[in-house]
Design a binder for this molecule. Structure first.
Ligand code: BGC
Length: 328
């Protein structure tokens, strides 16, 4: 008898454990709950923090209603693709209804799509754009929601071309710039770098690269690189382009430490329009930034994910516009 009781208890524990350990699913659990698995490349990223918080809030507060509840499980890939792949395997094992994925490495998209296809779980990529052929591996059930990074780069260049001295403080006829890049594996970093310079050329200006290094989207690295560039090139530096605002915040610290002043002897531009940077633009301590609209991107990602759950065919791409942010 005792043996039976202990066996029953063990069984109960196992059942209990599995039901709290799994993410739950409408496939065999509560028919009104849709389980959304969200894999974020790294929680410790200013922009992706705003994005993931809005994504969860929108699903759980705005979209959940009496008939249907969305339950979001967010996991932190910690910048490690192997870790993220494990997390995705867990989501699949737990039979989430849809996966929203901010890849650590865009090149892993094909593996993720294949795994999801085998498990019949639709996948919506966000923020890190995968190659088109990877989206085509499972048409209609795979999509990318994002913003076209070429546009943000172009806006950065145009902001500089529109300044009174067209980005040339020392009047030597060239726009001598420092480029602080994000993770170069990410198309956002590649395109912002390329298109900001292209926009200067398209405006008839002559850009001259003094310095270009990767700061991996990180504020502390942005500060260190800007400091190195200012030490090495001093007054030659007309403009510091940063692929994102976190790094621009770091560069702003280095600019003050080097006794330079934005709007008086140097220009500084970023991308994202973090609240702090919008205030700096208003105050003139940053020349401009570009709104990377995390609210619209989060809403679109959620709506596309729901369409997929409802069995609708997805388009491969859903785009959200960037917006220039400068002093009025
Ligand atoms: C944002 C960066 C962010 C990166 C993460 C970019 O679109 O501008 O701030 O670090 O995405 O992948």
């Amino acid at each position: 008898m005792k043996k039976w009781i202990s066996m029953l208890l063990t069984l109960g524990m196992i059942v209990g454990l599995t039901s709290c350990g799994r993410t739950g699913s409408s496939k065999d659990g509560d028919p009104n709950t849709v389980e959304v698995g969200v894999a974020i490349y790294k929680f410790d990223d200013n922009f992706m923090t705003l994005y993931r918080e809005e994504l969860q809030r929108y699903f759980e507060e705005d979209l959940s209603q009496d008939g249907v509840r969305y339950h979001v499980t967010l996991v932190d890939g910690k910048g490690d693709q192997a870790e993220q792949t494990n997390q995705i395997d867990n989501f699949i094992a737990n039979q989430v209804d849809v996966l929203i994925c901010n890849l650590v490495q865009a090149s892993s998209a094909s593996t993720v799509v294949e795994k999801c296809r085998a498990a019949n779980i639709p996948v919506v990529f966000i923020n890190r754009e995968p190659a088109q052929e990877d989206l085509e591996l499972w048409p209609g059930r795979t999509a990318y929601v994002g913003a076209d990074a070429r546009q943000s780069g172009t806006f950065q260049g145009e902001i500089i071309a529109d300044t009174p001295n067209q980005g040339d403080w020392n009047g030597n006829g060239t726009v001598d710039y420092v480029m602080i890049m994000g993770d170069p594996e990410n198309v956002d970093a590649q395109y912002r770098t390329e298109y900001s310079v292209k926009a200067l050329e398209d405006a008839g200006l002559t850009p001259r690269k003094l310095f270009e290094q990767r700061g991996d989207w990180d504020q502390a690295k942005g500060q260190e690189l800007a400091q190195n560039a200012l030490t090495q090139f001093g007054d030659q530096v007309d403009v510091i382009f940063c692929n994102n605002d976190a790094m621009a915040l770091g560069a702003a610290q280095a600019i003050s430490a080097a006794d330079r002043t934005v709007g008086r002897d140097i220009y500084l531009v970023g991308v994202d329009a973090l609240e702090e940077c919008q205030k700096m633009v208003q105050a003139g301590t940053m020349t401009g930034t570009v709104l990377n609209d995390h609210v619209s991107q989060a809403h679109t990602a959620a709506e596309v994910a729901i369409r997929a759950v409802n069995g609708e065919d997805l388009e491969p791409y859903y785009w959200v516009d960037y917006v220039k942010v400068v002093q009025p």
